[in-house]
Design a protein around this ligand. Structure first.
Ligand code: ATP
Ligand code: MG
Length: 375
């Protein structure tokens, strides 16, 4: 069957009544998330915590499956961990990289996209140059879709997409545009591999680019993996009918659902920070070392070490060690020595992240696999 991939903008009415209704709900939820995020003084706390789950879940759509315990290992002892856990940590770095890039360049370009994919895939193959890449159902071996094959075609479509992404004064709602951009990016499928993950990072970056979020803190892959069959089905349905309504509704609902989910996660982290603050201040030993900066440092990442505390609090290594030692003795942290270094884990933060990142329904929905393969 001839498979069309139109250039953007699409020449169709995207603002149907159904889309408008959903758009309202989604915009409200997203605006609330943006507001709630601001209540946490140090945004890096949220980015690290939320994006480790985003990275873990988005990777598991690609069947890179790991656990929070393994991710902890990958952070403290990279030489003694699974490749999957390392991939998750690298995925999070890719989000950070993309975030910094759009903050600096104020544009989302082909080069932004390539840099993200390089970080995920650990190679610099760049955009596809050799024909033969197709999207296959790896269970049945059926070819589902053949994306543009030649390098010139791919670049042509990407240039068109780049213009569409960066033309911010057209009158389509940015959330509708996000859905179109995701569809188009995946349909161009410019890389040999990593298109799904790169595209999902692009979604989050686009929200920042359009000022709908200030930092990358939406845990959107959770919705996609919970509704993975529909995600795959809708690509093909949309391609066949060229009616984008269901596709747009799918992503809008996803952003609404995950905004709410992420708000809950932020509230949990916020509550836990407050609780620890109170406990630290009420404890005879820790009240002497308490500072706002210390509390934030303990929540910056669920694992820390003395050199970080030294740097963040601008204190000596000895003092940092003494602080950490006190925190362990008083039950705020647990610690373990790996090689010559000692690591300190904030189990409270770790458990929040783990609870929000573990979802039983994942496995039930994981019975189909769609991948980019060579024909
Ligand atoms: N019919 C389709 N048309 C266009 N794109 C599709 C279709 N089905 C799936 N996709 C996209 O292709 C991605 C898979 O491509 P690829 O293997 O290159 O990405 P990945 O990041 O390695 O994998 P994954 O997305 O599974 O994590 C899917 O996640 C989805 O975004
Ligand atoms: Mg793949």
């Amino acid at each position: 069957m001839e498979q069309v991939l139109n250039k953007l903008p699409l020449n169709i009415n995207l603002e149907t009544t159904n889309i408008f209704k959903q758009l309202n709900r989604t915009s409200r939820a997203l605006a609330e998330l943006k507001g709630v995020a601001k209540t946490i003084p140090n945004q890096n706390v949220l980015i690290n915590a939320i994006m480790i789950n985003e990275a873990k879940t988005s990777s598991s759509i690609e069947n890179i499956v790991t656990t929070h315990d393994e991710i902890y290992r990958a952070l403290v002892n990279p030489s003694n961990t699974t490749p999957e856990a390392k991939e998750v940590v690298d995925y999070r770095s890719a989000i950070w990289e993309g975030y910094k890039s759009i903050k600096e360049n104020k544009l989302i370009t082909k080069s932004t996209i390539t840099k993200i994919q390089e970080k995920i895939e650990h190679n610099n193959a760049g955009f596809r140059r050799t024909p033969g890449t197709v999207i296959k159902n790896t269970t049945t071996n059926e070819i589902i879709y053949t994306p543009p094959q030649t390098y010139d075609e791919i670049i042509d479509y990407l240039n068109n997409l780049e213009v569409y992404i960066n033309s911010i004064d057209d009158d389509i709602d940015p959330l509708i545009k996000l859905a179109i951009i995701h569809y188009q990016f995946e349909s161009i499928h410019p890389f040999y591999d990593g298109n799904g993950r790169t595209g999902r990072i692009l979604n989050i970056l686009y929200l920042i680019y359009m000022d709908l979020l200030e930092t990358p803190i939406l845990y959107l892959s959770k919705y996609i993996i919970n509704n993975k069959m529909e995600y795959y089905k809708l690509f093909q349905e949309t391609r066949k009918t060229q009616n984008f309504e269901n596709w747009i509704l799918y992503l809008l609902k996803g952003i609404e659902y995950t905004s709410k989910e992420t708000i809950q996660m932020i509230n949990k982290i916020s509550e836990e920070m407050l609780k620890m603050k109170r406990e630290l201040k009420n404890n005879e030993l820790t009240s002497k070392i308490y500072s706002k900066e210390l509390l934030e440092a303990l929540f910056y990442e669920f694992v820390t070490k003395s050199s970080y505390i030294k740097e963040k609090l601008d204190i000596s290594e000895r003092t940092a060690l003494r602080y950490l030692d006190t925190l362990v003795k008083e039950g705020f942290l647990t610690s373990e020595k790996i090689g010559r270094e000692r690591f300190y884990k904030n189990d409270r933060l770790f458990n929040i992240i783990k609870n929000f990142g573990d979802d039983k329904t994942f496995h039930e929905n994981n019975n189909i696999d769609i991948e980019t393969v060579e024909k």
